[in-house]
Write a protein that binds this ligand. Sequence first.
Ligand SMILES: [Zn+2]
Length: 238
Amino acid sequence: MNTENLLYLKDSYLKEVETEVKSANGKYVVLEKTIFYAQGGGQPFDTGKIIRLKDNKEFNVVFVGVFNEEVSHEASEEGLQKGDKVKCILNWNRRYMFMRYHTAMHLLISTINKHSGALITGNQISEDKSRLDLSLENFDKEAFIKWIQEVNEIIKTDAKVNNYFIKKDEAMKNPGLFKLKDKLPKDLEEYRITEIERVDIQADGGTHVKSLKEIGRLEFVDAENKGKGRKRVYFRVV
Ligand SMILES: [Zn+2]
């Protein structure tokens, strides 16, 4: 998959861009470049608008996913054609919430991993809370509460979050970059790295805030024992 045209990987703060329709199949549109995040890695898709510049007609973006190695935008109706010049506008409030959650998720995973050695086995971000599944042996609600408090202390350092690309050879020399259990990295030429200074470094395709204070604060919501080697925690950012 070509990541060059996924503008959010380099700059998660781009809220608008002008581009061109690369191909269209009914309501499904591929753009020359995009600011819309395609659903994946526990982060939901972005929504927003695609405005056709010749007549200012607006199409709502109702879903974004990866199909056949390309990011496909589902428009609310048909009409966009290959070659159309368009302006894309992100539903920024929704996306920014996901950025806060995604960076918070990295902090929580790295904190839990540091204390227990557990790896992440699943995660899902949503607008009002997020959940994280970990390969923990013991179910200990108090431990989750303590780890969340520790994350709140880390946030106060306001460490910077940097995104950059490294070559495959370099990435393979550092297995610690891949923190998802049972998930080997896809075969890519380059890997996008998200580094929270002094705290965490991971190969990652999500969108993040630039510095930790933007997250706000984490609140414990609930924890569930999902069975052997699978413990779940829910949290929200406020
Ligand atoms: Zn991530």
